[in-house]
Design a protein around this ligand. Structure first.
Ligand code: DX5
Ligand code: ZN
Length: 213
């Protein structure tokens, strides 16, 4: 099962509603990059934009929190009706607590890690989460180059999933495009988060037909 998740950071934000409608037939979910200018060197969307996106689509929404103190935001995101919250392991000393809090609200809890963060840093929560997001760029911006070393992490997650019968989803975010999508899928990715690959792609219909299942 391959899903396409559209990162609206790469959309034409002056016309967000039409942008979402344009790609909607070819995607499965919306990915909202919430950045605080502190954990990452960029500032992006917060609650009002989430509210606006919810008015444009019925698709599930994944809130990718790139903020220090993610614990300040979980309750509000739950209230606003996101379907998944993705937390960076680097941003909290209380990852276990946050995952429980998210799941208690019947929302999917994903954990994620930067390219420079080792996979063992999520070992203690791997059986608690609904999914793991492998960052294949250093978070902060759309349109960056895929870091090939991320493939090793994806492969390892897939291997563990089979070997130990785990049921987490494997998501990948950053630099995925027509040239590397097959390699990323072969490595084990199940949710492909794409900015440029979706919003700045003339071949989206074909790409979606080929890879979404
Ligand atoms: C990076 C963001 C990604 C990004 C993906 O910090 O988390 O979601 O918008 O965009 P592309 O696919 O263009 O790298
Ligand atoms: Zn993201």
């Amino acid at each position: 099962m391959i899903k396409f998740s559209a990162s609206i950071l790469a959309a034409d934000l002056s016309d967000l509603k039409s942008e979402i409608k344009r790609v909607e037939p070819y995607i499965d979910e919306i990915h909202l990059d919430i950045m605080d200018g502190h954990f990452v060197p960029n500032l992006t969307f917060a609650y009002p934009i989430l509210d606006a996106v919810k008015k444009c689509t019925k698709l599930p929404i994944d809130a990718h929190l790139m903020v220090t103190n993610p614990e300040f935001h979980v309750e509000k995101l739950v209230k606003l009706g996101v379907d998944r919250i993705t937390i960076h392991v680097e941003t909290t000393n209380h990852i276990n607590k946050l995952i429980s809090q998210i799941k208690e609200n019947n929302i999917e809890a994903f954990v994620t890690l930067n390219p420079g963060t080792p996979l063992y840093s999520i070992e203690e929560v791997i059986s608690d989460v609904d999914g793991i997001l492998i960052m294949s760029v250093n978070p902060g911006f759309s349109g960056q180059k895929f870091i090939a070393k991320s493939l090793e992490k994806i492969k390892k997650l897939k291997e563990w999933k089979t070997k130990f019968g785990m049921d987490y989803m494997i998501a990948v975010d950053g630099g995925i495009n027509e040239d590397n999508i097959q390699t990323v899928v072969n490595a084990g990715a199940e949710i492909l988060i794409m900015g440029y690959g979706i919003f700045r792609n003339d071949n989206l219909e074909n790409l979606s037909k080929t890879f979404r299942t």
